[in-house]
Design a protein around this ligand. Structure first.
Ligand SMILES: Cc1cc2nc3c(=O)[nH]c(=O)nc-3n(C[C@H](O)[C@H](O)[C@H](O)COP(=O)(O)OP(=O)(O)OC[C@H]3O[C@@H](n4cnc5c(N)ncnc54)[C@H](O)[C@@H]3O)c2cc1C
Length: 360
């Protein structure tokens, strides 16, 4: 049987290159042109497209372990890849064959970059009464008004996959060309970490989106239609944890008193990687929402603890802004807010407050 990790192992040189670039992108700031170009040239983005669109599809396990290893090399560039792939998967799920064919081919050839701005339909602004992005049907398509609160790589994107709410309450998912009149990509605000992902909001004023850019809907809960949902957020958290654990292990080589902590964290990482392996190899069933949620809670906990352990071992030197341990601590916080469902949030809060909750 061929080793399912082959495509990842074959990319070890690329991972080293990405890791080197990762050090410099935070200093340079702005969109990470070089590391994103390297990502495209590595062929990894092709793993997420079918052969009919010139892709090079890989198993779910290879894709998730690929994410994990790449996140350990450069979290920012790998995160950008996940947002591009989230757009790709929505496009592939579309029943609009013509649009699907055109966009998928352009994406496969890296002729264009697509990203998602869909959090306002899932985890962002859910407490606000009025939808923040309204889509009014017109004879020619939809008129968009409002805001996309979060879009990674908006300034680099030709297309943003986004969703609006119609006056009848139904949602529609659209491929929004960023060059349409009325689309304003706001300057990226300064973040705690991952600034080079150039994540920002997009304002939309009377934007006329033609009918032929419709991806899915109008329907209720448009994001539930045909989506895989998966272990990606956990895979990235485990990759970031792995980087911290490797850092701690390097410190422990010279300091035996650090070894027990390093061993314990490594054991947890291995156990969670085994969970990812099991969840992505089961041939007949995809992992349940409960399984995915349990993995996410534990991966979030591990990435935070591993980064703090590395910082503790690195002492004051690790507290310097340019030290990789201090960056790991900042980057670990990202998993507390990125695509974080209510139950995962509750588990984190319970852990911080040292209280037990029955579902955790
Ligand atoms: C670096 C980064 C990159 C991201 N990239 C993308 C992307 O590419 N695409 C995408 O779709 N999403 C993206 N997201 C969005 C992300 O997945 C989450 O949706 C987002 O972090 C949710 O945070 P929010 O502040 O929008 O949440 P909100 O729930 O809107 O909270 C905003 C504020 O409202 C208040 N509030 C919250 N709930 C309540 C309540 N019940 N009652 C009263 N007040 C309340 C709080 O003060 C809170 O600070 C990104 C996020 C980050 C941080």
């Amino acid at each position: 049987m061929s080793n399912p990790f082959d495509p990842i192992l074959a990319n070890s040189k690329f991972r080293e290159h990405l890791s080197k670039l990762s050090t410099s992108i935070e200093e340079t700031g702005g969109w990470p042109t070089e590391s994103w170009q390297a990502m495209c040239e590595s062929g990894v983005p092709d793993w997420f497209l079918p052969e009919e669109f010139c892709g090079n599809p890989q198993s779910e396990m290879t894709k998730q372990f690929g994410y994990l290893e790449l996140a350990a090399a450069c979290l920012t560039t790998t995160f950008i890849l996940t947002q591009r792939n989230a757009a790709v998967s929505r496009i592939l799920n579309s029943d609009n064959q013509e649009l699907k064919n055109r966009l998928s081919r352009e994406l496969a050839r890296n002729e264009s970059f697509a990203t998602v701005g869909i959090s306002h339909l899932t985890t962002s602004r859910q407490h606000v009464k009025d939808p923040i992005l309204k889509a009014t049907p017109t004879n020619g398509g939809w008129l968009l008004n409002g805001e996309i609160p979060w879009t990674t790589g908006a300034e680099a994107a030709e297309v943003i996959v986004t969703g609006g709410v119609q006056p009848d309450g139904l949602q529609v998912l659209l491929a929004l060309p960023t060059n349409l009149m009325g689309v304003e990509i706001n300057p990226a605000p300064k973040l705690l970490a991952l600034n080079e992902s150039c994540t920002t909001s997009v304002s939309l004023k009377n934007v006329e989106v033609p009918k032929d850019m419709r991806l899915i809907g109008p329907c209720e809960n448009v994001l539930a239609a045909g989506t895989a949902g998966g272990v990606t957020t956990s895979a990235l958290a485990l990759g970031a944890a792995q980087k911290s654990i490797c850092g701690l292990e390097t410190e422990a080589e010279k300091r035996p008193n650090l070894r027990d902590s390093a061993t314990e964290l490594r054991t947890t990482l291995d156990r969670l990687k085994e969970s990812v392996r099991k969840m992505t190899t089961s041939s007949d069933t995809s992992p349940s929402a409960e399984e995915r949620e349990a993995l996410r809670k534990q991966s979030n906990s591990l990435v935070l603890r591993a980064a703090q352990a590395w910082l503790t071992a690195s002492k004051g030197a690790g507290f310097l802004a340019g030290h990789p341990a201090s960056r790991a601590v900042r980057e670990a916080q990202f998993f507390l807010v990125w695509s974080c469902p209510q139950n995962v949030m509750a588990a984190a809060l319970a852990e911080f407050a040292c209280v037990s909750i029955s579902s955790s």
